[in-house]
Design a protein around this ligand. Structure first.
Ligand code: DAH
Length: 341
């Protein structure tokens, strides 16, 4: 009997200490201490034990029952603690994990260049003016010394909104020059970026809608030297200090003298290559000294004041700046292209 009790003790304690969950523990309790359990079963046989031995065995059996109960409650507490720890681990919130970021768009390359140009001019004390895209032909042409009959006003080139051709989509931001001079007294120092429209077929270098930045300075004693210094500052700001510029005589109705400004080809350094179509130079903008007739038409005395003006195609600048070969890429909104900038 004693030996059996010892066996139950070792077996049960071993089983209890390796039980891994509350259900197993409960089944062990039933197995040893339950009504039909092993220990209970053994105690039912107490009748067969001799009188002297009975108290000894009885005490032993009770102490084993106690041991089993203690072991069960200790193990139960351990299991509960383990389960809680496991649960806490699984549900832990790691505040150091990087968040899931929503994809954020990027600035369009045209607007990168637009903003760079604006920053350079703002740093030189210019302010930014806006003008309407639907414009009076008067502002777009006539008052820029471009009378009726001039080829720039041809229906082939310009989108008119009326039969009389007195309202059009502006073909150049130069119209803003007139609007500014009309309402402001010199000194004037402005740029005006915006959209312009021409009846052009779409190809690698043309689009019926594109962007320009107009510039206008009017003050006493403004010379071509000021124009050159200003545009060289712009080119250096955009393309770096090593950029080489060339001012080439040209004609615009609203400037006298007029010029076009080229930069030396970045690819071949003036030798001639595919990028510059063997010219060695890349044309970037038109400029000149504001025509006295234009000043006069806006009520500014050309004997007192002089000024310079320029107009730059932003697409062309952007294509040079980022080495983009086809203008259409700027309008197709393909994120694979746009995400590179
Ligand atoms: N408006 C011209 C164009 O669209 C560019 C231009 C040339 C603007 C000379 C000017 C200027 O202000 O003085 O090609």
């Amino acid at each position: 009997m004693k030996q059996k009790l010892d066996e139950i003790k070792t077996q049960s304690l071993k089983a209890i200490s390796s039980a891994g969950d509350p259900a197993t523990l409960e089944s062990l309790r039933v197995k040893y201490l339950g009504k039909k359990g092993e220990l209970t079963g053994l105690l039912k046989q107490m009748g067969s034990v001799s009188e002297q031995e009975r108290p000894v065995i009885g005490r032993l059996a009770n102490s084993i029952r106690q041991m089993i109960e203690d072991a069960i409650s200790q193990r139960s507490a351990e299991i509960k603690k383990d389960l809680l720890e496991k649960k806490l681990c699984e549900e832990a919130l790691d505040v150091t994990i990087p968040g899931k970021s929503a994809p954020i768009g990027k600035k369009h390359p045209l607007y990168i260049v637009w903003d760079e140009v604006a920053d350079i001019f703002i740093s030189m004390g210019y302010s930014i003016e806006e003008g309407p895209e639907v414009e009076l032909s008067d502002y777009c042409f006539t008052r820029l010394n471009t009378p009726v009959g001039h080829p720039a006003r041809d229906r082939q080139d310009t989108f008119y909104l009326t039969e009389q051709e007195d309202i059009c989509l502006r073909t150049q931001t130069s119209s803003v020059q007139i609007r500014v001079m009309e309402k402001t007294k010199p000194p004037i120092r402005i740029i005006s970026p915006g959209r312009v429209y021409r009846k052009d077929e779409v190809d690698a270098t043309h689009s019926p809608m594109f962007h320009q930045v107009e510039g206008l300075v009017v003050d006493k004693g403004i010379t071509m030297g000021d124009l050159k210094g200003t545009l060289n500052t712009l080119m250096k700001g955009l393309f770096g200090p090593q950029v080489v510029t060339r001012f080439r005589p040209h004609h615009f109705p609203y400037t006298e003298p007029s010029c076009e400004v080229d930069v030396q080809c970045f690819e071949c350094r003036g030798k001639g290559c595919r990028v510059c179509k063997n010219e060695g130079w890349i044309e970037l903008l038109g400029a000149g000294m504001v025509h006295p007739k234009v000043l006069e038409g806006c009520g500014i005395d050309p004997d007192v004041y002089s000024g310079f003006a320029f107009g730059i195609g932003i697409e062309r600048l952007t294509m040079r700046r980022f080495n983009i070969q086809d203008l259409r890429l700027l309008y197709e909104n393909d994120v694979r292209f746009l995400s590179q900038f």
